[in-house]
Design a protein around this ligand. Structure first.
Ligand code: GTP
Ligand code: MG
Ligand code: NA
Length: 452
């Protein structure tokens, strides 16, 4: 009934899994967008958020004839990267969500980051649904666009069905080895103890109605208490980004409560919300596009906030709102504790390369990657945004100490002509890439060259 929908907030669903299993493509299929094709190297390197209003979900699931049961206003979906170097972003995404979709490629079965994601979900006792994706790749598959999975399976030959069953059984066995009971959702008699598998295709849209309906029904059936709207603001920073015309903005996930234009907020700094923006429904917040401006926004939602001083905000921390009865000092104290845990991951040793990235999220990911034993490149300094002369100056300190570290690893940022000129003059190397591990390849080739 409409009364109920006023009391429940939208569930937050995080989509996780191994690289290239089709997480972004599945969202593109639901949104009718092409985000995945615009990604450098076809891989996701940032966390994203998309709001799906109930009306769209109803439309997409109508063939299943269950439309009357939607009680939530919509669904907020968080996209995460599957590449191994983005554990921190997977962890951040899984920490925010009410439920998750774990995507597995039917042709590959369980892979290393499937298991990593699984462990993150187990650790937080997060419910999840398995999307067994790319069913259209089964040999001789007859596609029936956007069809519920049961209807499309009926159209397949005996050979296709036996191949399908063989692969499903294999995946169920692999999950069993991880200590989990799983079953095709339409055979699952004990939801909650046995995790459901929904076969899907992000290319043909098959199984998408089932996936959406199961998500919404399962959350509103089992999580009413958790989803009951609360006034207390719960808000996490996903990314800190410079946007032309807006200055430094933050992308946040508002899990609960209401934000208003003009609200005094506390993160690393105290400021007031100048603009509350969202992408249009069914659009990805991490993709540049038109924004809608709001006077107030109710949870759950992915929001872009513009305000003074946001360049000091840090991805992964909470934003607090100062209410009329609140003590500003108490709130500042809480925000400080939050921040220290994130900053501790950005370690600055004495000798090392200089690292520059476009967003704090990607900077964190890059630092995490450089720290892994196989890579092991020390970092002495960090920067955000385009490489300027001052960054080259900072990197040049290493020329005297350890020449090979007089290097800037620039991820997804531009280098100003003045900075380039100064770097050439001083002998500071700048490696640029828009895929993290390409930076490593370039640096390694350079070091190997020195040894010869
Ligand atoms: P990361 O975010 O980088 O971890 O990858 P992802 O899981 O988001 O996968 P992505 O959406 O980038 O898809 C990877 C590749 O698989 C792309 O070339 C897609 O076109 C393809 N793909 C995704 N889903 C399907 C599917 O259902 N069927 C087929 N045939 N191809 C798919
Ligand atoms: Mg992706
Ligand atoms: Na990909």
């Amino acid at each position: 009934s409409p009364k109920q929908s006023e009391d429940l907030r939208s569930p937050i669903c995080c989509i996780m899994g191994h690289v290239d299993t089709g997480k972004t493509k599945l969202l593109d299929c639901i949104r009718g967008t092409n985000v995945q094709e615009g990604e450098a190297g076809g891989i996701t390197q940032q966390i994203g958020a998309t709001y799906f209003p109930a009306a769209n979900i109803r439309e997409r699931t109508k063939e299943l004839k269950a439309d009357a049961t939607l009680k939530v206003p919509g669904l907020l979906v968080i996209d995460t990267p599957g590449h191994e170097s983005f554990t921190n972003l997977r962890s951040r995404g899984s920490g925010l969500c009410d439920i998750a979709i774990l995507v597995v490629d039917i042709m590959h079965g369980l892979e290393p980051q499937t298991i990593e994601s699984l462990n993150l979900l187990k650790m937080r006792k997060t419910e999840f649904i398995i999307a067994l994706n790319k069913v259209d790749r089964l040999y001789d598959w007859k596609a029936r666009r956007n069809s519920p999975i049961g209807m499309t399976l009926k159209k397949q030959t005996k050979d296709v069905l036996s191949e399908f069953n063989r692969r499903v059984t294999h995946v169920i066995t692999q999950f069993k080895e991880q200590g989990l009971n799983t079953e095709l959702y339409y055979k699952n008699k004990e939801m909650g103890e046995t995790f459901s598998i929904v076969p899907t295709s992000a290319v043909t849209g098959e199984g998408i109605p089932d996936l959406l309906l199961l998500l919404v029904q399962w959350t509103q059936k089992t999580m009413v208490e958790k989803l009951t709207f609360s006034d207390e603001v719960q808000c996490t920073v996903l990314e800190v980004k410079v946007i032309e015309g807006l200055g430094t903005t933050i992308d946040v996930v508002l899990v609960n409560g209401v934000l208003h234009e003009g609200d005094q907020i506390v993160g690393p700094i105290v400021t007031s919300i100048r603009a509350l923006l969202t992408p249009h429904p069914m659009k990805e917040i991490r993709v540049k596009g038109a924004y809608m401006q709001h006077k107030e926004i109710k949870a759950a939602q992915g929001i872009k906030i513009a305000a003074q001083g946001l360049e000091h905000a840090i991805a992964g921390t909470s934003i607090y709102v100062v209410g009329p009865d609140d003590d500003l000092e108490d709130i500042k104290e809480a925000a400080k504790e939050d921040m220290q845990s994130v900053m501790s991951r950005i370690d600055k040793s004495g000798e090392g390369v200089y690292v520059q990235a476009s967003t704090l999220g990607s900077l964190e990911a890059l630092l995490e990657f450089l720290k892994t034993p196989e890579v092991n490149i020390p970092v002495s300094g960090i920067g955000l945004g385009p490489v300027h002369k001052k960054d080259v100056m900072k990197a040049s300190v290493m020329l005297e100490k350890k020449n090979e570290y007089a290097t800037i690893l620039a991820f997804d940022v531009k280098v100003t002509p003045e900075a380039r000129e100064l770097a050439d003059e001083l002998g500071v190397r700048i490696f640029i890439a828009d895929i993290i591990y390409h930076l490593f390849d370039q640096f390694k080739a350079y070091i190997d060259g020195l040894k010869e």
